[in-house]
Structures are given as C-alpha cells and as structure tokens.
Design a protein around this ligand. Structure first.
Ligand SMILES: [Zn+2]
Length: 110
C-alpha cells in the first residue's frame, strides 16, 4: 500500500523552434505547471521505498509537443519583409529566404 507524502512542484518550459529557410525560428513556448506526486511504499521487512511518479508529466509533455506539431506549419513569428537583392531574383526575405507569397525566389536570369 503506497502512501502519499506530498509532491514536487515543477514548472517545465518547452521552447519550440522550427526551421524556416536556412534559419531556426523561435515559434513559441508552453509552460507546464504541475506537481509530481511522491509516495512511499513499505517494503517487506524494514524500510520503505520512495516513488516519484513522472508518468503524468510525460504524457503532458507529449500532448504539448503534439499540439505544437499541428500549429508550426501555419505560424510565422518573424517580421517577414522581402527586399530586392542583386541576384536577379524577385524580392525575398533575409530572415526566411522566401518571397512575399512564401515561395523560393527563382532567378529570371539564365
Ligand atoms: Zn520571412
């Protein structure tokens, strides 16, 4: 029979980055505030075993990561600003390398 002896409060921040063009862009973070339960299980004979149960935290992390995975393709947090370069290509953004409509710039020169 396990007996609760309290918990370990924890704040876990997940920072999510995504590759856009050749740069990594920070697309957000999520904080998980929870308490990891700690129990004591008496052992045969003398003594007891302290058990820290991280299974709930593990499933929370999986859930948050899955949520970000579905959001990342439509999120852009940088200031997307295509400018003209001397490369014969249409204006493209120095941050992500893409044009105003989100495509790879293609040179109109040979
Ligand atoms: Zn951009």
């Amino acid at each position: 029979m396990a007996h609760s002896i309290g918990g370990i409060p924890i704040t876990l921040r997940l920072r999510i980055e995504a590759g856009i063009g050749n740069t990594l862009t920070d697309v957000g973070y999520a904080d998980i505030d929870t308490v990891i339960p700690v129990t004591v299980e008496p052992m045969a004979g003398a003594g007891a075993k302290v058990v820290v149960d991280t299974s709930a935290l593990t499933s929370m992390v999986s859930g948050v990561v899955a949520a970000f995975e579905s959001v990342i393709p439509v999120v852009g947090t940088h200031n997307h600003k295509p400018v003209q370069h001397r490369d014969g290509k249409p204006p493209w953004c120095p941050t992500c390398g893409l044009t105003a409509d989100g495509n790879e710039p293609v040179s109109h020169l040979g």
